[in-house]
Structures are given as C-alpha cells and as structure tokens.
Design a protein around this ligand. Structure first.
Ligand code: GLN
Length: 289
C-alpha cells in the first residue's frame, strides 16, 4: 500500500476494529480530535503516524483495553490517566460518586474516605464536585497510588477550601490517623470471585488482578471494609460500596449484621443493584442510674 492511499477514511474503512474504537485509536495515533478525523478524512497521512496506528490496532485486536492503549479514560466528566497498574474506571461507578455526594449534601466541609482508590477516580470526582470536602484516598498498591497522585495533582485544585487530596498507601484503614472520623466512606473494592470466568475475558485480562478479585468468594474485601467502618465513621456517617451484580443481598446482610441502619442498594443504569450502603448506628447510650 502506498503512503498516498493512507487516509483516515481509508484506514477506518479497512479496519477490523469496531468503528468507535478505531476512531479513538486513530485519533490518538494522529493527535487529532474527532472533528479533525472528519474534516481531514481524505488528507494523506504521515507514515510514522500510520505505523503507530497499525501498532495500536494490532494490540487492540489482541485484546488490550482501549483505555490502556490511549492511557486515559473519562469518568464523571474528567479525564483520568490510566495504566496497567489500575482498574479502568467504569461508568457504573459514577453511581457511587453520586450517592456519596447526596449523602453528604447537607454536611458542611464533609470528610470523605475512598478505600482502594486505583486511578483516584472516585476520590477526585467527589473532590471536584464538593470543593469544601476533605478527601482521603487509600490504596495498598504503590503503583496505583502513583497514578492516583498524578490524577489528583492534575484534576484537583490544591487551593480549594477542602485542600488537596490526602493519598495514603496501606491496606484499607491501616494507614489512616486513628483520630480521623469520616462522614462518608466509599469503596469500589475487588469483588469478583477468584473462580469467575470473567477474569479470563475481555479487558479484565489486562487489568491488575488485585483490583478485580479478592482471590476468595468475592466478598472478603467488602467484609473487611464493613467490619471496621463503624469505628471510622462520624455519627450519622455513611458507608457505600460497589459490588457484583449478584452480591447486593449479601452485602446488605453484612451491613445490617454490623449494625448499620437504613441499609439499601441502588441500581445502575442497566437496572442492576450495583452499590449498597448504610448509616452508622448511633453508639448505644449507657445511662448510669
Ligand atoms: N466492575 C468490574 C467488572 O466487573 C469489577 C470491578 C471490581 O472488582 N471492583 O468488570
């Protein structure tokens, strides 16, 4: 094929990729926006750019996620850096952000904790929607925390009233100052059971296994988060976690058994109960007669 025939129109026409993915990857290879792909569809392309496109196309055809190939994914209207060290933000996780924001809507200068932050998507989205909120984000993965730090630095205004994000490396609550109490704790933990065949399919094959599965029944991370949450919640504080499509009843049961009140689940846009949450019970009042 001669270089002269390599145009956006020709490359898109002959690509084996779904059209949307082909446009995203070609735009990335060329450094062009969607509108440029349309306006310059018949312009002869630089051979180096075409070679880059062919490499991206081949890697995508071999299964690599688009978000990793372009190094970015949009979440809650913000563009997050993505690497193979972090879970790719999913649209259904925006429900967790929205629900947490509703929970603290009446709370001035709320304190919010995101456990297992990965890209930082949840924490950063909350911080940008509530400039007065103080937000902590924890991950046990050093590599994930580097990605979250980059995203937080780029997307969260350090001069906002709630200040910069506090990013900490550690297992769940382990790295937090014991005097902290939160108005909301949110988490999208690894909740896929270790024997779930989905781990061997699609994008999941390329994402960090530790962000996807607990290497157990899928509920062990949620059990740990729920068990310790009351100690870290302020009076009236809420815990909301994302979970698998068939885990809502089990997660509600864990929360109720731990003494959470007003326990409920919310459905994602696909109609699936995708997140569950509850309010910390008031500490029992001891009256000394
Ligand atoms: N929602 C992801 C998936 O099923 C899993 C994310 C997670 O385990 N937290 O692809």
């Amino acid at each position: 094929m001669t270089a002269a025939s390599d145009t956006v129109a020709a490359l898109l026409r002959t690509s084996a990729l779904p059209p949307l993915e082909a446009r995203i990857l070609l735009g990335h290879a060329l450094g062009w926006r969607r509108t440029e792909l349309i306006m310059r569809a018949d312009q002869p392309l630089d051979a180096e750019r075409v070679a880059l496109w062919r490499e991206l196309e081949a890697r995508r055809l071999a299964g690599e996620p688009v978000a990793q190939l372009v190094g970015a994914r949009e979440f809650y209207g913000l563009e997050f850096d993505v690497t193979p060290h972090v879970l790719i933000p999913r649209p259904e996780t925006e429900l967790l952000v929205e629900t947490a924001l509703e929970a603290v809507a009446g709370c001035a200068r709320p304190r919010i904790l995101d456990l297992g932050t990965g890209t930082g998507a949840i924490a950063v989205a909350i911080a940008s929607a509530r400039p007065d909120a103080s937000v902590w984000a924890v991950d046990r993965s050093v590599e994930a925390l580097q990605v979250a730090t980059r995203n937080a630095t780029r997307l969260v205004d350090a001069g906002r009233p709630g200040g910069a994000l506090s990013l900490l490396q550690g297992n769940w609550y382990a790295a937090l100052d014991p005097s902290l109490r939160f108005d909301a704790i949110v988490s999208n933990p690894p909740y896929i059971a270790s024997d779930d065949p989905h781990l061997e399919q699609g994008d999941l094959r390329f994402e960090p296994r530790g962000a996807l599965t607990d290497e157990a029944d899928g509920l062990s991370a949620i059990r740990e988060i729920v068990a310790d949450a009351p100690a870290w919640l302020a009076a009236g504080g809420v815990l909301w976690v994302e979970h698998g499509y068939d885990q809502a009843a089990a997660v509600r049961e864990l929360m109720s058994a731990r003494g959470f009140q007003s326990v409920r689940s919310e459905r994602d846009l696909a109609g699936i109960e995708r997140i569950s949450g509850g309010e910390r019970a008031n500490p029992s009042v001891h009256i000394n007669a």
